[in-house]
Design a protein around this ligand. Structure first.
Ligand SMILES: [Fe+2]
Length: 406
């Protein structure tokens, strides 16, 4: 990245870092079970709800307990279950229409990050009916209270249940972009491991590695606080200690519970300390090819950590020490190397590939442009890259195709 662009990025990040203590961050109130929700809704005088979810979640019966509880307490609910893996602007508009047509007063999002992000964006459109989603892209463009939002994460990964971000894909251009605003932080979140019981092993792995990426990117960035560092470390430890067990035995509710806690902590950490280029590149791949977000992150994370080199040695050493894989007297460089090795070993055990076969070389300049637009100047990454430099990371994880001569 050119010198003046670097100065500009670091200055913007400095402004946000200085403003951090004054920003109105809030954390959702954590609830252990859906059976507590009707009481909360009654207390708030809410009798009409929009349930935002996806078809698979509903078919698996994951919403059944909630729906039974709502019906028993005479709370009307409409269901929008059309959310796609990468929720689109069309999903948001369809759900918003249902919310308005059925006179709903609040939303419960049940699902992975997709459903929760979709509900946040619906909230933004309800709060700002005259503003398009595209116009709310970026930071602090909503600036108005959204209807009550309760998040029930069914994967332990995105951390969307605690963050101020909603990532939406333009249905026409396939451009995937975040909307960040304090107004989007859910008011309540239900961390109930039962709803993650039927999550298949591959999704347990990729969503868990998404949470790990949140924690690591928040930790190695330049905008951390004592609190976010502590949360990130706790999340990294919980994930390394539990993800393989949750992957191997989905019925292990303790491992599931710890993974939910880790995802929540990692979400709280990156809410204040941001993510980094791994996420920016992963978002561009999700938007263009529907690459599952956690999978893209998992493939990219070790590649970026290697590339950051000595800028992250000390921080990765700290994580390695916390995980107990090196002793304190180990050098920073060796500690960082050990952490990356441990990460690669973990990903191999979880059957994560080293490359992504969907990447087409001709798409890379545009994708790298999108990633650069998302990350620069906002993300306080350890090392700055412009679009041209980011293109190399797509090439690094692209499946190399060998064509026969002639
Ligand atoms: Fe993520």
């Amino acid at each position: 990245m050119k010198f003046f662009q670097r100065v500009y990025c670091r200055s913007v990040q400095m402004v946000f870092r200085c403003a951090l203590p004054f920003l109105p961050y809030s954390e959702p109130k954590v609830i252990d079970h859906v059976s507590e929700l009707p009481r909360i809704l009654h207390e708030r005088g809410i009798s009409r709800i929009l349930l935002v979810t996806d078809r698979r979640i509903r078919e698996y019966g994951i919403t059944r307990v909630l729906e039974t509880e709502l019906a028993a307490c005479q709370i009307f609910y409409a269901v929008y279950d059309g959310t796609l893996t990468n929720p689109t602007t069309q999903n948001v508009e369809d759900a918003r229409k249902l919310y308005c047509d059925t006179d709903c007063q609040a939303m419960i999002a049940v699902g992975g990050g997709s459903s929760i992000d979709c509900a946040k964006a619906v909230g933004a459109r309800i709060a700002r009916p005259k503003k398009s989603l595209q116009a709310m892209k970026g930071i602090l463009k909503v600036r108005k209270k959204i209807p009550l939002l309760i998040a029930i994460p069914t994967t332990a990964g995105t951390g969307s249940e605690t963050t101020l971000a909603a990532v939406i894909t333009d249905a026409k251009t396939r451009h995937k972009y975040p909307i960040n605003d304090f107004a989007l932080i859910p008011r309540y979140t239900v961390l109930d491991p039962e709803v993650t019981r039927t999550l298949p092993p591959d999704i347990t792995a990729t969503t868990g590695l998404d949470a790990l990426t949140h924690a690591v990117e928040a930790f190695i960035g330049h905008s951390t606080t004592r609190q976010t560092r502590k949360k990130a470390i706790q999340a990294v430890k919980l994930i390394f200690e539990n993800i393989q067990e949750a992957y191997r035995d989905g019925n292990n509710m303790q491992a599931r519970k710890n993974m939910l806690k880790a995802a929540y902590l990692a979400g709280a950490a990156f809410s204040k300390s941001y993510v980094g280029y791994v996420h920016a590149v992963a978002h561009s791949l999700g938007g263009r090819y529907n690459t599952p977000h956690g999978l893209a992150n998992a493939v990219l994370l070790p590649v970026f950590l290697e590339a950051y080199g000595e800028t992250v040695y000390q921080k990765l050493w700290r994580l390695a020490v916390e995980l107990g894989i090196v002793e304190r007297r180990t050098s920073y460089a060796q500690g960082a190397g050990a952490f990356i090795e441990e990460l690669v070993r973990l990903e191999t055990n979880l059957k994560i590939p080293k490359t992504l076969k969907e990447i087409c070389p001709e798409d890379i300049p545009q994708l790298a442009q999108y990633a650069s637009q998302e990350a620069n100047p906002l993300y306080p990454v350890p090392k700055l890259y412009d679009a041209e430099e980011l293109a190399m990371f797509y090439e690094a994880v692209m499946e190399k195709r060998i064509y026969a001569a002639g």
